[in-house]
Design a protein around this ligand. Structure first.
Ligand SMILES: [Zn+2]
Length: 146
């Protein structure tokens, strides 16, 4: 079977082995980690937040802001096409669910009370993301003058 993209989408068995139980619950069963419990809500390191399941880059640390909610929050995705938005009517609320468009992993929800310029608030679970830190010096390969 050939996938539409070249991103590798792991099987459920692989995921159970690779992910923590919380990461599995959040991404595969649309769970939510406890506020202020995740790895990234208070992380300010520069880098790219990728999907924990398939590795697709989803958010830049530049677009991360302190929402006070206890979940990592972003005002925009790197590429809107990489984040699928789905109307979610569960829990007697109407919310917008965000999923990884590549592998379908649940990421969190999107609200419209975020900061400008977008006004969007991507309220994500740390358990759905993996931060790939920027390398400290991109010009390290440049040889010193000599
Ligand atoms: Zn994914």
């Amino acid at each position: 079977m050939v996938a539409m993209t070249d991103a590798k989408i792991p099987t459920e068995e692989e995921l159970r082995e690779r992910l923590t139980p919380l990461q599995f619950e959040v991404t595969q069963h649309a769970g939510t980690e406890r506020a202020f419990s995740g790895e990234y809500w208070d992380n300010h390191d520069p880098g790219v937040y990728s999907c924990i399941v398939c590795g697709t880059p989803l958010f830049r640390s530049d677009a991360k802001f302190d929402s006070g909610t206890g979940w990592p929050s972003f005002w925009e995705a790197i590429d809107p096409a990489k984040v699928e938005l789905i109307e979610d009517r569960s829990h007697f609320m109407r919310r917008t669910e965000a999923r990884c468009a590549t592998c379908g992993a649940h990421l969190g929800h999107v609200f419209n009370d975020g900061p400008q310029p977008t006004g969007d608030r991507f309220c994500m679970n740390s358990a759905s993301l993996r931060l790939e830190p920027d390398s400290p010096a991109d010009d390290a390969e440049t040889p010193a003058e000599g």
